[in-house]
Design a protein around this ligand. Structure first.
Ligand code: ARG
Length: 564
Protein backbone atom coordinates (compact mmCIF):
# COMPACT_ATOMS: atom_id res chain seq x y z
CA UNK A 1 0.00 0.00 0.00
CA UNK A 2 2.91 2.28 0.62
CA UNK A 3 3.98 2.71 -2.97
CA UNK A 4 6.89 4.99 -2.11
CA UNK A 5 8.30 2.21 0.00
CA UNK A 6 7.68 -0.35 -2.72
CA UNK A 7 9.60 1.83 -5.16
CA UNK A 8 12.36 2.46 -2.62
CA UNK A 9 12.82 -1.30 -2.23
CA UNK A 10 13.19 -1.78 -5.97
CA UNK A 11 15.69 1.10 -6.18
CA UNK A 12 17.58 -0.38 -3.25
CA UNK A 13 18.09 -3.64 -5.14
CA UNK A 14 19.11 -1.83 -8.31
CA UNK A 15 21.57 0.42 -6.49
CA UNK A 16 23.15 -2.50 -4.67
CA UNK A 17 22.86 -0.99 -1.24
CA UNK A 18 24.42 2.40 -1.87
CA UNK A 19 21.64 4.00 0.13
CA UNK A 20 19.25 2.44 2.61
CA UNK A 21 15.61 1.79 1.76
CA UNK A 22 14.66 4.52 4.22
CA UNK A 23 16.98 7.07 2.67
CA UNK A 24 15.65 6.27 -0.76
CA UNK A 25 12.06 6.51 0.41
CA UNK A 26 12.73 9.99 1.76
CA UNK A 27 14.13 11.08 -1.60
CA UNK A 28 11.00 10.07 -3.49
CA UNK A 29 8.75 13.02 -4.24
CA UNK A 30 5.18 13.48 -5.27
CA UNK A 31 5.10 15.64 -8.42
CA UNK A 32 2.81 18.65 -8.22
CA UNK A 33 1.73 18.22 -11.79
CA UNK A 34 -0.04 14.95 -12.63
CA UNK A 35 1.51 14.89 -16.11
CA UNK A 36 4.86 14.24 -14.37
CA UNK A 37 3.61 10.98 -13.01
CA UNK A 38 2.63 9.83 -9.52
CA UNK A 39 6.09 9.60 -8.03
CA UNK A 40 9.41 11.18 -8.88
CA UNK A 41 12.95 10.20 -7.95
CA UNK A 42 15.79 12.72 -8.33
CA UNK A 43 19.18 11.18 -9.09
CA UNK A 44 21.42 14.11 -8.06
CA UNK A 45 22.63 12.66 -4.79
CA UNK A 46 23.65 9.44 -6.54
CA UNK A 47 25.95 11.27 -8.94
CA UNK A 48 28.76 11.64 -6.40
CA UNK A 49 28.63 8.03 -5.25
CA UNK A 50 28.41 6.62 -8.74
CA UNK A 51 30.73 9.21 -10.32
CA UNK A 52 28.35 9.54 -13.19
CA UNK A 53 26.11 12.26 -14.55
CA UNK A 54 22.73 12.19 -12.79
CA UNK A 55 20.77 12.05 -16.05
CA UNK A 56 22.75 8.99 -17.13
CA UNK A 57 21.95 7.29 -13.84
CA UNK A 58 18.29 8.13 -14.34
CA UNK A 59 18.40 6.62 -17.82
CA UNK A 60 19.96 3.39 -16.57
CA UNK A 61 17.58 3.01 -13.68
CA UNK A 62 14.54 3.68 -15.84
CA UNK A 63 15.38 0.72 -18.05
CA UNK A 64 15.70 -1.61 -15.10
CA UNK A 65 12.57 -0.80 -13.09
CA UNK A 66 10.15 -3.57 -13.85
CA UNK A 67 7.13 -4.11 -11.71
CA UNK A 68 3.40 -4.43 -12.35
CA UNK A 69 2.80 -1.56 -9.91
CA UNK A 70 5.00 0.91 -11.74
CA UNK A 71 3.59 0.92 -15.20
CA UNK A 72 5.65 3.56 -16.93
CA UNK A 73 8.95 5.28 -16.14
CA UNK A 74 9.96 8.47 -17.90
CA UNK A 75 13.28 10.26 -17.69
CA UNK A 76 13.26 14.04 -17.54
CA UNK A 77 16.75 15.37 -16.93
CA UNK A 78 17.98 13.88 -13.68
CA UNK A 79 14.51 12.82 -12.63
CA UNK A 80 12.69 9.55 -12.94
CA UNK A 81 8.98 10.19 -13.33
CA UNK A 82 7.03 7.13 -12.40
CA UNK A 83 3.44 6.32 -13.26
CA UNK A 84 1.48 3.88 -11.16
CA UNK A 85 -0.71 1.21 -12.70
CA UNK A 86 -4.07 2.87 -12.11
CA UNK A 87 -6.14 -0.26 -12.20
CA UNK A 88 -3.99 -2.40 -9.96
CA UNK A 89 -3.32 0.37 -7.46
CA UNK A 90 -6.90 1.66 -7.31
CA UNK A 91 -8.32 -1.76 -6.63
CA UNK A 92 -5.74 -2.38 -3.94
CA UNK A 93 -6.47 0.95 -2.22
CA UNK A 94 -10.25 0.64 -2.45
CA UNK A 95 -10.41 -2.94 -1.22
CA UNK A 96 -8.12 -2.11 1.69
CA UNK A 97 -10.25 0.80 2.80
CA UNK A 98 -13.39 -1.33 2.57
CA UNK A 99 -11.95 -4.33 4.40
CA UNK A 100 -10.17 -2.35 7.13
CA UNK A 101 -13.39 -0.76 8.37
CA UNK A 102 -12.19 2.53 9.76
CA UNK A 103 -8.72 1.19 10.53
CA UNK A 104 -7.32 2.52 7.27
CA UNK A 105 -4.37 4.76 8.10
CA UNK A 106 -3.78 3.13 11.50
CA UNK A 107 -0.05 2.81 12.20
CA UNK A 108 2.10 1.17 14.79
CA UNK A 109 5.27 3.20 15.05
CA UNK A 110 4.23 4.58 18.45
CA UNK A 111 4.80 1.08 19.88
CA UNK A 112 2.42 1.62 22.76
CA UNK A 113 4.58 4.34 24.34
CA UNK A 114 2.86 6.62 26.87
CA UNK A 115 2.58 10.27 25.90
CA UNK A 116 1.27 12.69 28.51
CA UNK A 117 -0.59 15.66 27.05
CA UNK A 118 -1.01 18.66 29.33
CA UNK A 119 -4.00 20.37 27.75
CA UNK A 120 -6.89 22.74 28.35
CA UNK A 121 -5.80 23.59 31.92
CA UNK A 122 -8.09 26.56 32.63
CA UNK A 123 -7.85 28.57 35.82
CA UNK A 124 -10.39 28.07 38.55
CA UNK A 125 -12.66 31.05 39.23
CA UNK A 126 -11.72 32.61 35.91
CA UNK A 127 -13.47 32.38 32.57
CA UNK A 128 -12.50 29.64 30.18
CA UNK A 129 -10.57 31.70 27.63
CA UNK A 130 -10.05 31.36 23.91
CA UNK A 131 -6.52 30.21 24.68
CA UNK A 132 -7.91 27.37 26.77
CA UNK A 133 -10.27 26.52 23.93
CA UNK A 134 -7.33 26.31 21.53
CA UNK A 135 -5.37 24.15 23.97
CA UNK A 136 -8.38 21.84 24.40
CA UNK A 137 -9.03 21.47 20.69
CA UNK A 138 -5.39 21.08 19.65
CA UNK A 139 -4.56 18.76 22.56
CA UNK A 140 -7.56 16.56 21.87
CA UNK A 141 -6.70 16.23 18.17
CA UNK A 142 -3.06 15.44 18.98
CA UNK A 143 -4.25 12.74 21.39
CA UNK A 144 -6.45 11.14 18.73
CA UNK A 145 -3.77 11.36 16.04
CA UNK A 146 -0.94 9.90 18.12
CA UNK A 147 -3.27 7.14 19.30
CA UNK A 148 -3.93 6.29 15.65
CA UNK A 149 -0.14 5.95 15.29
CA UNK A 150 0.21 3.49 18.15
CA UNK A 151 1.02 5.75 21.11
CA UNK A 152 -1.00 5.79 24.29
CA UNK A 153 -2.14 9.35 25.02
CA UNK A 154 -2.75 10.45 28.61
CA UNK A 155 -4.77 13.66 28.67
CA UNK A 156 -4.07 15.77 31.73
CA UNK A 157 -6.05 18.84 32.73
CA UNK A 158 -3.48 20.75 34.79
CA UNK A 159 -6.08 23.01 36.37
CA UNK A 160 -4.91 26.38 37.62
CA UNK A 161 -6.37 25.79 41.06
CA UNK A 162 -3.53 26.98 43.30
CA UNK A 163 -1.50 30.11 43.87
CA UNK A 164 -1.57 33.45 45.64
CA UNK A 165 -4.63 34.56 43.70
CA UNK A 166 -6.73 32.15 45.77
CA UNK A 167 -5.65 33.94 48.92
CA UNK A 168 -6.90 37.17 47.37
CA UNK A 169 -10.13 35.55 46.26
CA UNK A 170 -10.85 34.17 49.72
CA UNK A 171 -10.15 37.61 51.20
CA UNK A 172 -12.55 39.24 48.74
CA UNK A 173 -15.21 36.62 49.30
CA UNK A 174 -15.03 37.01 53.07
CA UNK A 175 -15.36 40.78 52.74
CA UNK A 176 -17.96 41.18 50.01
CA UNK A 177 -19.08 37.76 48.84
CA UNK A 178 -22.58 36.32 48.63
CA UNK A 179 -22.91 32.52 48.56
CA UNK A 180 -26.16 32.50 46.60
CA UNK A 181 -24.76 34.72 43.91
CA UNK A 182 -21.69 32.52 43.59
CA UNK A 183 -23.85 29.41 43.29
CA UNK A 184 -26.05 30.98 40.63
CA UNK A 185 -23.20 32.24 38.49
CA UNK A 186 -19.88 31.01 39.85
CA UNK A 187 -17.30 32.22 37.37
CA UNK A 188 -18.89 35.56 36.73
CA UNK A 189 -19.28 36.23 40.44
CA UNK A 190 -15.82 35.06 41.44
CA UNK A 191 -14.25 37.08 38.67
CA UNK A 192 -16.13 40.17 39.87
CA UNK A 193 -14.78 39.59 43.40
CA UNK A 194 -11.27 39.23 42.07
CA UNK A 195 -11.54 42.44 40.04
CA UNK A 196 -12.91 44.28 43.06
CA UNK A 197 -10.04 43.04 45.18
CA UNK A 198 -7.54 44.64 42.80
CA UNK A 199 -9.47 47.90 42.60
CA UNK A 200 -9.73 48.26 46.37
CA UNK A 201 -6.16 47.13 46.97
CA UNK A 202 -4.93 50.18 45.08
CA UNK A 203 -6.09 52.45 47.87
CA UNK A 204 -5.83 49.86 50.62
CA UNK A 205 -2.54 47.95 50.31
CA UNK A 206 -3.15 45.99 53.53
CA UNK A 207 -5.56 43.84 51.49
CA UNK A 208 -2.55 42.36 49.74
CA UNK A 209 -1.12 41.24 53.10
CA UNK A 210 -4.42 39.66 53.97
CA UNK A 211 -4.49 37.84 50.65
CA UNK A 212 -0.98 36.50 51.25
CA UNK A 213 -1.98 35.36 54.72
CA UNK A 214 -4.96 33.44 53.38
CA UNK A 215 -2.83 31.73 50.78
CA UNK A 216 -0.37 30.77 53.48
CA UNK A 217 -3.25 29.24 55.43
CA UNK A 218 -4.32 27.38 52.34
CA UNK A 219 -0.83 25.98 51.80
CA UNK A 220 -0.68 24.95 55.46
CA UNK A 221 -4.00 23.09 55.19
CA UNK A 222 -6.22 25.42 57.24
CA UNK A 223 -9.74 23.96 57.28
CA UNK A 224 -11.74 27.08 56.54
CA UNK A 225 -9.44 28.17 53.74
CA UNK A 226 -9.53 24.70 52.20
CA UNK A 227 -13.28 24.39 52.29
CA UNK A 228 -13.87 27.76 50.59
CA UNK A 229 -11.23 26.88 48.01
CA UNK A 230 -12.77 23.46 47.42
CA UNK A 231 -16.14 25.03 46.89
CA UNK A 232 -14.78 27.55 44.34
CA UNK A 233 -13.08 24.67 42.57
CA UNK A 234 -16.18 22.47 42.42
CA UNK A 235 -18.40 25.26 41.15
CA UNK A 236 -15.87 26.26 38.49
CA UNK A 237 -15.46 22.68 37.33
CA UNK A 238 -19.20 22.37 36.90
CA UNK A 239 -19.05 25.23 34.44
CA UNK A 240 -16.03 23.85 32.63
CA UNK A 241 -17.65 20.42 32.35
CA UNK A 242 -20.50 21.87 30.38
CA UNK A 243 -18.00 23.06 27.79
CA UNK A 244 -16.17 19.72 27.73
CA UNK A 245 -19.50 17.91 27.29
CA UNK A 246 -20.43 20.11 24.35
CA UNK A 247 -17.09 19.36 22.73
CA UNK A 248 -17.08 15.72 23.78
CA UNK A 249 -13.63 15.95 25.35
CA UNK A 250 -12.60 13.78 28.27
CA UNK A 251 -9.51 13.75 30.46
CA UNK A 252 -7.54 10.96 32.05
CA UNK A 253 -6.51 13.17 34.93
CA UNK A 254 -7.63 16.38 36.59
CA UNK A 255 -4.53 16.65 38.73
CA UNK A 256 -4.14 20.42 38.76
CA UNK A 257 -1.65 22.66 40.49
CA UNK A 258 -3.11 22.03 43.95
CA UNK A 259 -2.40 18.33 43.57
CA UNK A 260 1.30 19.15 43.85
CA UNK A 261 1.02 21.08 47.10
CA UNK A 262 2.53 18.22 49.09
CA UNK A 263 4.97 17.25 46.35
CA UNK A 264 6.98 20.45 46.14
CA UNK A 265 9.09 20.08 49.28
CA UNK A 266 10.84 17.18 47.68
CA UNK A 267 11.68 19.25 44.60
CA UNK A 268 13.01 22.10 46.72
CA UNK A 269 15.09 19.63 48.72
CA UNK A 270 16.48 18.01 45.59
CA UNK A 271 17.43 21.41 44.21
CA UNK A 272 19.15 22.25 47.48
CA UNK A 273 21.05 18.96 47.60
CA UNK A 274 22.31 19.51 44.10
CA UNK A 275 23.42 22.99 45.04
CA UNK A 276 21.21 24.60 42.45
CA UNK A 277 19.16 26.83 44.75
CA UNK A 278 20.47 30.32 45.40
CA UNK A 279 19.15 33.29 47.39
CA UNK A 280 18.22 36.38 45.47
CA UNK A 281 16.35 39.26 47.15
CA UNK A 282 15.28 36.81 49.85
CA UNK A 283 13.69 34.62 47.22
CA UNK A 284 15.06 31.24 46.09
CA UNK A 285 15.94 30.83 42.46
CA UNK A 286 17.81 28.55 40.07
CA UNK A 287 20.29 30.52 37.96
CA UNK A 288 20.17 29.71 34.25
CA UNK A 289 22.94 31.98 32.99
CA UNK A 290 24.71 29.26 30.98
CA UNK A 291 21.42 28.50 29.28
CA UNK A 292 21.01 32.18 28.47
CA UNK A 293 17.73 32.31 30.33
CA UNK A 294 16.52 34.45 33.24
CA UNK A 295 16.61 32.74 36.67
CA UNK A 296 13.74 30.43 37.52
CA UNK A 297 11.90 31.55 40.66
CA UNK A 298 11.22 28.62 43.01
CA UNK A 299 10.12 30.26 46.27
CA UNK A 300 9.07 33.80 47.00
CA UNK A 301 10.53 35.77 49.89
CA UNK A 302 7.47 34.87 52.02
CA UNK A 303 8.11 31.19 51.32
CA UNK A 304 5.21 30.80 48.88
CA UNK A 305 5.73 28.44 45.97
CA UNK A 306 5.11 29.37 42.37
CA UNK A 307 3.68 28.15 39.08
CA UNK A 308 7.15 26.89 38.09
CA UNK A 309 7.62 25.04 41.38
CA UNK A 310 4.40 23.15 40.78
CA UNK A 311 5.36 22.40 37.19
CA UNK A 312 8.66 20.92 38.38
CA UNK A 313 6.81 18.66 40.80
CA UNK A 314 4.30 17.75 38.08
CA UNK A 315 7.05 16.80 35.63
CA UNK A 316 8.63 14.43 38.17
CA UNK A 317 5.26 12.97 39.08
CA UNK A 318 4.38 12.36 35.45
CA UNK A 319 7.66 10.64 34.70
CA UNK A 320 7.28 8.42 37.76
CA UNK A 321 3.59 7.68 37.24
CA UNK A 322 3.41 7.24 33.47
CA UNK A 323 7.02 6.65 32.42
CA UNK A 324 6.28 8.72 29.33
CA UNK A 325 8.23 8.50 26.09
CA UNK A 326 7.07 12.05 25.40
CA UNK A 327 5.55 14.70 27.63
CA UNK A 328 3.68 17.45 25.80
CA UNK A 329 2.44 20.81 27.02
CA UNK A 330 -0.19 22.35 24.76
CA UNK A 331 -0.01 25.94 25.96
CA UNK A 332 0.00 29.32 24.18
CA UNK A 333 3.31 30.65 22.91
CA UNK A 334 3.30 33.43 25.54
CA UNK A 335 4.53 30.77 27.96
CA UNK A 336 7.53 29.68 25.88
CA UNK A 337 10.00 31.13 28.33
CA UNK A 338 8.39 29.30 31.25
CA UNK A 339 8.73 25.94 29.52
CA UNK A 340 12.29 26.65 28.44
CA UNK A 341 13.15 27.37 32.06
CA UNK A 342 11.29 24.32 33.29
CA UNK A 343 13.12 21.97 30.96
CA UNK A 344 16.46 23.66 31.64
CA UNK A 345 16.08 23.28 35.42
CA UNK A 346 15.20 19.58 35.09
CA UNK A 347 18.24 19.02 32.87
CA UNK A 348 20.43 20.76 35.44
CA UNK A 349 18.98 18.40 38.05
CA UNK A 350 20.34 15.56 35.92
CA UNK A 351 17.08 14.20 34.58
CA UNK A 352 17.87 13.02 31.05
CA UNK A 353 14.20 12.48 30.33
CA UNK A 354 13.70 16.25 30.33
CA UNK A 355 14.66 16.08 26.67
CA UNK A 356 11.44 14.17 26.04
CA UNK A 357 9.38 17.12 27.25
CA UNK A 358 8.06 19.44 24.60
CA UNK A 359 6.12 22.67 24.66
CA UNK A 360 3.51 22.65 21.88
CA UNK A 361 2.83 26.37 21.46
CA UNK A 362 0.05 28.02 19.48
CA UNK A 363 -0.95 31.51 18.36
CA UNK A 364 -3.65 33.78 19.67
CA UNK A 365 -7.32 34.00 18.87
CA UNK A 366 -8.06 37.51 17.63
CA UNK A 367 -11.29 39.36 17.16
CA UNK A 368 -11.18 42.10 14.52
CA UNK A 369 -7.40 41.83 14.65
CA UNK A 370 -7.20 42.36 18.41
CA UNK A 371 -6.50 40.05 21.29
CA UNK A 372 -9.62 38.70 23.01
CA UNK A 373 -9.02 39.74 26.56
CA UNK A 374 -10.58 38.39 29.71
CA UNK A 375 -8.93 40.93 31.93
CA UNK A 376 -10.69 43.93 33.46
CA UNK A 377 -13.90 41.94 33.59
CA UNK A 378 -14.31 42.07 29.81
CA UNK A 379 -15.29 38.50 29.27
CA UNK A 380 -15.72 36.46 26.15
CA UNK A 381 -17.68 33.53 27.43
CA UNK A 382 -16.76 30.51 25.45
CA UNK A 383 -19.92 28.64 26.26
CA UNK A 384 -21.88 31.47 24.69
CA UNK A 385 -19.72 31.27 21.60
CA UNK A 386 -20.34 27.54 21.24
CA UNK A 387 -24.05 27.94 21.83
CA UNK A 388 -24.26 30.74 19.30
CA UNK A 389 -22.47 28.59 16.75
CA UNK A 390 -24.91 25.74 17.41
CA UNK A 391 -27.88 28.11 17.06
CA UNK A 392 -26.58 29.38 13.74
CA UNK A 393 -26.07 25.83 12.51
CA UNK A 394 -29.65 25.02 13.51
CA UNK A 395 -30.86 28.06 11.63
CA UNK A 396 -29.01 26.82 8.53
CA UNK A 397 -30.59 23.41 8.82
CA UNK A 398 -34.06 24.89 9.22
CA UNK A 399 -33.50 26.71 5.97
CA UNK A 400 -31.87 23.97 3.92
CA UNK A 401 -33.32 20.76 5.29
CA UNK A 402 -36.31 21.46 7.55
CA UNK A 403 -37.52 17.87 7.65
CA UNK A 404 -34.24 16.46 8.96
CA UNK A 405 -34.61 14.09 11.92
CA UNK A 406 -32.48 14.79 15.00
CA UNK A 407 -32.02 18.44 14.08
CA UNK A 408 -30.67 19.48 17.46
CA UNK A 409 -28.02 16.80 17.61
CA UNK A 410 -26.87 17.54 14.05
CA UNK A 411 -26.80 21.27 14.79
CA UNK A 412 -24.59 20.57 17.79
CA UNK A 413 -22.23 18.44 15.71
CA UNK A 414 -22.04 21.06 12.98
CA UNK A 415 -21.84 24.10 15.28
CA UNK A 416 -19.10 22.61 17.45
CA UNK A 417 -17.35 21.03 14.46
CA UNK A 418 -17.21 24.43 12.79
CA UNK A 419 -15.43 25.99 15.76
CA UNK A 420 -12.97 23.09 16.05
CA UNK A 421 -12.19 22.98 12.34
CA UNK A 422 -11.63 26.71 12.17
CA UNK A 423 -9.07 26.33 14.91
CA UNK A 424 -7.25 23.36 13.42
CA UNK A 425 -7.12 24.21 9.74
CA UNK A 426 -4.07 26.48 10.01
CA UNK A 427 -0.65 25.76 11.37
CA UNK A 428 -1.13 26.09 15.10
CA UNK A 429 1.44 28.90 15.44
CA UNK A 430 -0.69 31.26 13.34
CA UNK A 431 -2.97 33.68 15.11
CA UNK A 432 -6.54 33.07 14.05
CA UNK A 433 -9.31 35.53 13.55
CA UNK A 434 -12.51 34.61 15.24
CA UNK A 435 -15.56 34.83 13.01
CA UNK A 436 -18.66 32.69 13.40
CA UNK A 437 -19.94 33.55 9.91
CA UNK A 438 -16.65 32.42 8.42
CA UNK A 439 -16.58 29.19 10.42
CA UNK A 440 -20.08 28.17 9.48
CA UNK A 441 -19.87 28.69 5.73
CA UNK A 442 -20.76 25.66 3.65
CA UNK A 443 -18.15 26.47 1.02
CA UNK A 444 -14.43 26.98 1.29
CA UNK A 445 -12.20 25.47 3.93
CA UNK A 446 -14.67 24.91 6.73
CA UNK A 447 -15.85 22.09 8.94
CA UNK A 448 -19.43 22.25 7.65
CA UNK A 449 -18.11 21.97 4.08
CA UNK A 450 -16.36 18.71 4.89
CA UNK A 451 -19.31 17.43 6.93
CA UNK A 452 -21.66 18.38 4.12
CA UNK A 453 -19.53 16.56 1.55
CA UNK A 454 -19.59 13.50 3.77
CA UNK A 455 -23.39 13.67 4.18
CA UNK A 456 -23.85 14.07 0.45
CA UNK A 457 -21.67 11.05 -0.26
CA UNK A 458 -23.70 9.06 2.28
CA UNK A 459 -26.86 10.03 0.47
CA UNK A 460 -25.41 8.81 -2.83
CA UNK A 461 -24.67 5.47 -1.19
CA UNK A 462 -28.21 5.23 0.13
CA UNK A 463 -29.66 5.99 -3.27
CA UNK A 464 -27.33 3.47 -4.89
CA UNK A 465 -28.22 0.77 -2.31
CA UNK A 466 -24.55 0.28 -1.61
CA UNK A 467 -23.74 -2.56 0.80
CA UNK A 468 -20.41 -2.26 2.54
CA UNK A 469 -20.43 -5.89 3.64
CA UNK A 470 -20.79 -7.19 0.08
CA UNK A 471 -18.28 -5.20 -1.93
CA UNK A 472 -17.93 -6.08 -5.62
CA UNK A 473 -15.67 -9.01 -6.47
CA UNK A 474 -14.47 -7.47 -9.70
CA UNK A 475 -14.46 -3.93 -10.96
CA UNK A 476 -15.21 -2.97 -14.54
CA UNK A 477 -13.45 0.29 -15.05
CA UNK A 478 -10.09 1.68 -16.03
CA UNK A 479 -10.12 3.98 -12.98
CA UNK A 480 -9.01 6.84 -15.24
CA UNK A 481 -11.64 9.30 -14.07
CA UNK A 482 -11.37 8.08 -10.50
CA UNK A 483 -7.60 8.31 -10.36
CA UNK A 484 -7.32 11.76 -8.83
CA UNK A 485 -9.59 10.73 -5.96
CA UNK A 486 -7.79 7.44 -5.47
CA UNK A 487 -4.41 9.11 -5.38
CA UNK A 488 -5.71 11.38 -2.60
CA UNK A 489 -7.19 8.47 -0.68
CA UNK A 490 -3.87 6.67 -0.57
CA UNK A 491 -2.21 9.76 0.90
CA UNK A 492 -4.29 9.54 4.09
CA UNK A 493 -1.78 7.46 6.09
CA UNK A 494 0.99 9.91 5.17
CA UNK A 495 -1.05 12.91 6.27
CA UNK A 496 -1.65 11.21 9.63
CA UNK A 497 2.02 10.38 10.01
CA UNK A 498 3.08 13.96 9.27
CA UNK A 499 0.49 15.28 11.73
CA UNK A 500 1.80 12.90 14.38
CA UNK A 501 5.47 13.61 13.86
CA UNK A 502 4.97 17.38 14.00
CA UNK A 503 2.12 17.40 16.53
CA UNK A 504 0.30 19.34 13.85
CA UNK A 505 -3.40 18.49 13.38
CA UNK A 506 -3.64 20.98 10.50
CA UNK A 507 -2.05 18.32 8.31
CA UNK A 508 -5.17 16.20 8.76
CA UNK A 509 -7.52 19.20 8.47
CA UNK A 510 -5.94 20.28 5.18
CA UNK A 511 -6.08 16.73 3.97
CA UNK A 512 -9.82 16.30 4.55
CA UNK A 513 -10.64 19.60 2.86
CA UNK A 514 -8.54 18.65 -0.16
CA UNK A 515 -10.14 15.24 -0.36
CA UNK A 516 -13.61 16.80 -0.10
CA UNK A 517 -12.78 19.20 -2.93
CA UNK A 518 -11.38 16.53 -5.20
CA UNK A 519 -14.36 14.35 -4.52
CA UNK A 520 -16.88 17.10 -5.22
CA UNK A 521 -15.18 17.81 -8.52
CA UNK A 522 -15.35 14.13 -9.43
CA UNK A 523 -18.99 13.96 -8.49
CA UNK A 524 -19.79 16.98 -10.63
CA UNK A 525 -18.15 15.34 -13.65
CA UNK A 526 -19.13 11.70 -13.33
CA UNK A 527 -22.65 10.38 -13.08
CA UNK A 528 -22.06 7.89 -10.30
CA UNK A 529 -25.60 6.58 -10.00
CA UNK A 530 -26.22 6.11 -13.70
CA UNK A 531 -26.68 2.45 -14.72
CA UNK A 532 -23.37 1.35 -16.22
CA UNK A 533 -20.66 -1.26 -15.98
CA UNK A 534 -18.65 1.14 -13.85
CA UNK A 535 -21.39 1.80 -11.31
CA UNK A 536 -20.24 -0.59 -8.59
CA UNK A 537 -16.64 0.59 -8.88
CA UNK A 538 -17.81 4.16 -8.55
CA UNK A 539 -19.96 3.42 -5.53
CA UNK A 540 -16.97 1.65 -3.96
CA UNK A 541 -15.00 4.81 -4.46
CA UNK A 542 -17.74 6.95 -2.92
CA UNK A 543 -17.86 4.61 0.04
CA UNK A 544 -14.08 4.81 0.45
CA UNK A 545 -14.30 8.58 0.47
CA UNK A 546 -16.93 8.49 3.25
CA UNK A 547 -14.75 6.17 5.32
CA UNK A 548 -11.71 8.41 5.03
CA UNK A 549 -13.59 11.68 5.58
CA UNK A 550 -15.29 10.26 8.66
CA UNK A 551 -12.03 9.00 10.11
CA UNK A 552 -10.22 12.23 9.24
CA UNK A 553 -12.88 14.28 11.02
CA UNK A 554 -12.82 11.90 13.98
CA UNK A 555 -9.08 12.47 14.35
CA UNK A 556 -9.80 16.19 14.67
CA UNK A 557 -12.48 15.60 17.30
CA UNK A 558 -15.33 16.35 14.88
CA UNK A 559 -18.45 14.27 14.28
CA UNK A 560 -19.70 13.32 10.84
CA UNK A 561 -23.52 13.32 10.66
CA UNK A 562 -24.86 11.14 7.83
CA UNK A 563 -27.53 13.65 6.99
CA UNK A 564 -27.55 17.39 7.43
N1 ARG B 1 -3.41 27.40 33.83
C1 ARG B 1 -2.42 27.91 32.93
C2 ARG B 1 -2.94 29.14 32.23
O1 ARG B 1 -4.12 29.28 32.05
C3 ARG B 1 -1.99 26.92 31.90
C4 ARG B 1 -1.32 25.70 32.46
C5 ARG B 1 -0.51 24.98 31.45
N2 ARG B 1 0.12 23.80 31.96
C6 ARG B 1 1.19 23.76 32.71
N3 ARG B 1 1.64 22.58 33.13
N4 ARG B 1 1.85 24.83 33.07
O2 ARG B 1 -2.16 29.97 31.81
Amino acid sequence: MNFKKELAEILFELLEGEKTVNELELLIEKPKNASHGDLAFPCFTLAKIKRKAPNLIAQELSEKIQSPTFEKVEVVGAYLNIFLNKQLVSEKVISQIISQKGEFGTQEFGQGGNVTIDMSSPNIAKPFSMGHLRSTVIGNAIALIIEKCGYKPIKINHLGDWGTQFGKLITAYKLWGDADKVKANPIKELLALYVRFHEEAESNPSLEDEGRAWFKKLEDGDEEALSIWQWFRDESLKEFSRIYDLMDVEFDSYAGEAFYNDKMDRVVKLLEEKGLLVESDNAKVVELTEEDLPPCLIKKSDGATLYATRDLAAALYRKETYDFVKSLYVVGHEQSLHFKQLIAVLKKMGFDWAQDMEHIPFGMMLKDGKKMSTRKGKVVLLEEVLNESIAMALHNIEEKNPTLADKDEVAKQVGVGAVIFHDLKNNRMNDIDFSLEEMLRFEGETGPYVQYTFARACSILRKGHWQADTPPQTYHTSWEKEWKVVSFLMEFPNAIKRACENFDPSQVAKYVVDLAQVFNKYYAEVKVLEESEERSARLSLVFSVTEVLKEGLRLLGIKAPEEM
